[in-house]
Design a protein around this ligand. Structure first.
Ligand code: ATP
Ligand code: MG
Length: 561
């Protein structure tokens, strides 16, 4: 497991306090937690909170954290997801060591415990059709009613349960239920289902089983088998805790784990439900689980978000017991903050406009020094090539600028970053009247961008030398949804942002960017952070925008544009 981030202290939260008290009182000697994903989708930002909490807390107290696949529903679970989850947990910086488990490892034990409950008169096989069973369950305000099969004799229950297991009945024909209290104020205690019939092969146990335990029956018992001390889950399981405890109390389990709940992470403009994320992938609304617009680890990684930034974000959000929606801007801020410290600076022109320096000798070039990261002197400098023909950003020129525009316009002198002061003399237009080239002159006495006479220029702009620059595709990403609460009106897909992806095909990069590693973000000066996409091929680079330097999108949204 990694140490805590350099970016900050581990979180002090109520879970931390509970564990510290348990250790001090001697209730536990070694802290054991688990991260229990269901392998029915890829991990997303929300899972990062759970992973950091489970692994981070165990690490902090010198304990251990298990990775346990909660693989009890073979109709939705796939090996692809298992592999992706392992890769993603490691990417975030955590390691379960030898403690990799699956709920399916315990199918036999769980089955034996189900028989134990039957023998103790605490579980029964129910033949009631699903719909009727739902009606008998009652509501929040009305108690439930007993099934007519509730008082089956133990021997009959045992026989039927064994025949369920042997595959004698079709899906849904019968279930095994705990016999607790149909009048309980807690619906979870109204004889909850422990086993259902499902004739479906399992990725790990194949066709060995055709009955599968429910989450409630599998989870706490798996915790007990593994010696988990603190079973941390999200708030929607709070009402399941009495059932969790009931099962632990009524079964001969080897340990007594306890469940604690914390608030789920929710982010505005973002969907963090695997059901909806799966729909986006299946319906082709995004390019896949690793589409850089997805809130999945795979998407974030491809977009260039470093795992440390994700950990830092989760730390800043903290762990509490009140549900709340976190502003996406807070995530962006964590990413910018991290990248600002570590990312190399490079020059890249996204929407190129050709510049000819008329008084620069034809056929000549020279090398200039450029700083790699002003926030990190150890990152050093590099040489960049200057010549007679350059590209600058189209938006850095205006023919008839408003008063506060200090960049290129005929007659105006600006600084080309790390190079010279240049003055725009003329804008060349095509037949359609569009500016296609700027004719400029430079002052050879200002090498490095400094004027010996101290004269002021009000703008410094980035540029690349035309001849040596790399032609590149750049993909700009915006939030996938147009509203803070996507799907609130009932139709998630209607809230998709039609402008979530913009592709620029004519970008120009300084040559050093050919060496950037896939997924590793660099700063394009004045623009934002970008990283090479795995779609890049030699001679055909593709960059993703990880994040813009400033949040212009939110401002445009707020302004109604
Ligand atoms: P979904 O409801 O989208 O299917 P899930 O909670 O069922 O998500 P799991 O794979 O079961 O997904 O989650 C594994 C662990 O991660 C669980 O302990 C769950 O509580 C936690 N988790 C999932 N989503 C979040 C979230 N948004 N914030 C914090 N923890 C989460
Ligand atoms: Mg779940």
């Amino acid at each position: 497991m990694t140490a805590t981030d350099k970016t900050g202290e581990p979180g002090r939260d109520f879970i931390h306090d509970i564990i510290a008290a348990d250790l001090e009182a001697g209730r536990v000697s070694t802290v054991v937690t688990r991260f229990p994903p269901e392998p029915n989708g890829y991990l997303h930002i929300g899972h990062a909170k759970s992973i950091c909490l489970n692994f981070g807390t165990a690490l902090e107290f010198g304990g251990r954290c298990h990775l346990r696949f909660d693989d009890t529903n073979p109709t939705k679970e796939e090996q692809e997801y298992i592999d992706a989850i392992k890769r993603d947990v490691r990417w975030l910086g955590f390691d379960w060591g030898e403690h990799l488990y699956h709920a399916s490892d315990y199918f036999q034990q769980l089955y034996d415990w189900a028989e134990h409950l039957i023998r103790a008169g605490k579980a029964y096989v129910d033949d009631t059709p699903a719909e009727e069973m739902r009606a008998l369950r009652g509501t929040l305000t009305e108690p439930g009613r007993n099934s007519r099969f509730r008082d089956r004799p133990v021997e009959e229950n045992l026989d039927l349960f064994r025949r369920m297991r042997a595959g004698e009945f079709p899906n849904g024909a019968r279930v095994l239920r705990a016999k607790i209290d149909m009048a309980s104020g807690n619906i979870n205690l109204r004889d909850p289902v422990l086993y259902r019939i499902l004739h479906a092969p399992h990725p790990r146990t194949g066709t060995a089983w055709c009955i599968y335990p429910t989450y409630d029956f599998a989870h706490g018992q798996s915790d007990a088998i593994e010696g988990v001390t603190h079973s941390l889950c999200t708030l929607e399981f709070e009402d399941h805790r009495p059932l969790y405890d009931w099962l632990i109390e009524n079964l001969p389990v080897p340990a007594r784990p306890r469940q604690y709940e914390f608030a789920r992470l929710a982010l505005n403009y973002t969907v963090l439900s695997k059901r909806f994320l799966t729909a986006l992938v299946r319906e082709g609304r995004v390019a896949g689980w690793d589409d850089p617009r997805m809130p999945t680890f795979a998407g974030l990684r491809r977009r260039g978000v470093p795992p440390a930034a994700l950990r830092d974000f989760v730390r800043r959000v903290g762990v509490a017991r009140a549900n709340s929606v976190v502003d996406l801007a807070m995530f962006d801020h964590a990413v910018r903050d991290h990248l600002n410290r570590v990312a190399l600076r490079r020059m890249a022109v996204l929407r190129p406009l050709r510049v000819v320096i008329e008084n620069y000798p034809e056929g000549e070039t020279e090398e200039l020094d450029a700083v790699n990261n002003p926030e990190d002197p150890a990152a050093g400098t590099r040489r960049i090539r200057f010549g007679r023909e350059l590209y600058v950003e189209r938006e850095d020129f205006m023919e008839n600028p408003p008063r506060k525009f200090y960049r290129l316009t005929p007659g105006r002198e600006v600084r080309l970053r790390y190079a010279y002061l240049v003055t725009c003399r003329e804008a060349v237009k095509n037949a359609a009247g569009e500016v296609v080239e700027l004719r400029c002159t430079y002052d050879p006495a200002t090498r490095g961008g400094n004027a010996p006479d101290g004269r002021k220029v009000h703008a410094t702009i980035h540029w690349v030398a035309a001849a040596s620059s790399l032609a590149t595709e750049v993909r700009l990403y915006n939030p996938l949804f147009t509203r803070p609460d996507p799907g609130a009106d009932g139709d998630l897909m209607a809230d998709l942002n039609p402008n979530s992806l913009e592709i620029l095909r004519e970008c120009r990069l300084e040559p050093a960017l050919a060496e950037a590693a896939v997924g590793e973000a660099v700063q394009f000066e004045r623009q934002g952070y970008f990283c090479p996409d795995p779609d890049s091929a030699p001679g055909r680079l593709v960059f993703n925008r990880t994040i813009a330097l400033r949040d212009s999108w939110a401002k445009a949204q707020a302004a109604g544009g």
